[in-house]
Design a binder for this molecule. Structure first.
Ligand code: MN
Length: 398
């Protein structure tokens, strides 16, 4: 129970407490934590010695705090919980609560490297059937390692940032043409944010996931399917993805997701040693995709074939080092049913089966369309917590 007005029973109650960076009245960026419909100003709290985090809460991004490591993440969270639950602290803390409606939410993390995986078997199978009909839906390597590609960290933007329709080359019967993408799509994903770095040359074990990963964001990996289809062989996605990747403003700490870890799907054939994660846990995150306000899909993250610990181990098996602020995303989250897919490529089966949105029909995104991805997760004692949202509106090509 918290003394904060309206927060008990909210999906942003005291068992959630996601971190973000906000600005109010045109001021400097400040780190805060969400409680109900308020932001608790942690910069102000640290300046007043209410919370101690080595001065990292007075910075404009979460990176300094995330670099401190799990013991400090846990102790700061315990202290914040104490401040928001013990009425003895109310007089000191209440002046540091800012109405969420009065703040601008900023990119919470200075993103170091950005990697995107491809870890949903349903998604990979659907894409295989759409692009390579009559052939095996999964390529031979897919069940042996988590496939991924390097994305562009500098174009990761916070939820709410408009997305300009990308221009590029696409194939046509008359040869390549250049112009605005005509198959602009989304990918509903979950991203993992690295706090504690690793040393170049070292490998990070599947067992060390929670020592390095601070928390979780929602991700929309906007994708121009026509640009992607023409450019991706043989080196993988490039300009069809790098124009924008949106992330939620709130970073949900792993500590808030303790009740959301569930056994991941069995892996057959067995994986190689460095990918063997016991007890092989995924996360029961229930995503929802809204297209112009209509819920069109509910992707279940618990169905992901590769776990975030396996992804991290794979990312570093060659000795590549982690940096604070690294972001690695899961890949499109798709469940087995059409109502559970995380891309419109799958929802409309390659554009062949348009969907109805109000009085209109769509295959891919039109200018002015808004897509919002949300998620919930099990919390303690049968409760549910929310993971914020990632939203964006498509602007016309320039
Ligand atoms: Mn993706």
């Amino acid at each position: 129970m918290t003394w904060v007005t309206g927060a008990d029973g909210s999906p942003y109650g005291v068992t959630n407490l996601p971190y973000g960076v906000f600005r109010s009245d045109g001021g400097e960026p400040r780190i805060g934590v969400r409680i109900g419909s308020w932001v608790f100003d942690l910069a102000g709290a640290e300046a007043a010695d209410l919370v101690l985090a080595a001065g990292t809460l007075c910075r404009p991004t979460l990176n300094g705090f995330m670099a401190l490591g799990r013991p400090q993440w846990t102790s700061v969270r315990q202290r914040i919980t104490e401040l928001l639950t013990d009425p003895a602290h109310r007089a000191a803390v209440e002046p540091l609560l800012v109405p969420l409606a009065d703040v601008e939410l900023l990119l919470p993390v200075e993103v170091a490297d950005y990697v995107d995986f491809y870890s949903s078997e349903h998604h990979a199978s659907n894409v295989g059937q759409i692009f390579r009909p009559g052939q095996p839906p999964l390529l031979p390597n897919w069940k042996h390692l988590p496939i991924g590609y390097h994305g562009r960290a500098g174009t990761v933007v916070v939820s709410g940032t408009p997305v300009t329709r990308p221009t590029g080359q696409r194939a046509s019967a008359e040869g390549p043409v250049t112009g605005p993408s005509v198959r602009l799509d989304i990918e509903a994903e979950v991203g993992f944010v690295v706090g504690v770095p690793s040393t170049l040359g070292d490998r990070v074990s599947v067992d060390d996931f929670a020592d390095h990963v601070f928390g979780v964001v929602l991700v929309n990996d906007w994708s121009a399917r026509d640009i992607q289809a023409w450019e991706y062989q043989p080196l993988g996605p490039f300009l069809g993805k790098s124009f924008a990747t949106s992330v939620s403003a709130w970073v949900t700490p792993l500590d808030a997701l303790a009740d959301a870890f569930v056994p991941a799907p069995d892996q057959d054939p067995p994986v190689v040693d460095y990918l063997r994660d016991v007890p092989h846990l995924g996360l029961d995150l229930r995503l929802a995709v809204e297209w112009n306000g209509e819920r069109v899909s509910e992707p279940p993250f618990a169905t992901m074939y590769w776990t975030p610990a396996q992804q991290l181990a794979h990312l570093t098996v060659n000795g590549a080092s982690l940096r604070t602020g690294d972001l690695y995303a899961s890949g499109t989250v798709s469940g087995p049913d059409r109502g559970q897919v995380g891309s419109f490529l799958e929802l409309t089966w390659g554009g062949a089966e348009p969907v109805r949105l109000g009085a209109e029909t769509r295959t891919f995104l039109a200018d002015g369309d808004t897509v919002t991805i949300t998620a919930t997760a099990p919390g303690p004692d049968g409760t549910s917590i929310a993971l914020g949202e990632v939203t964006g509106t498509v602007r016309p090509a320039r």
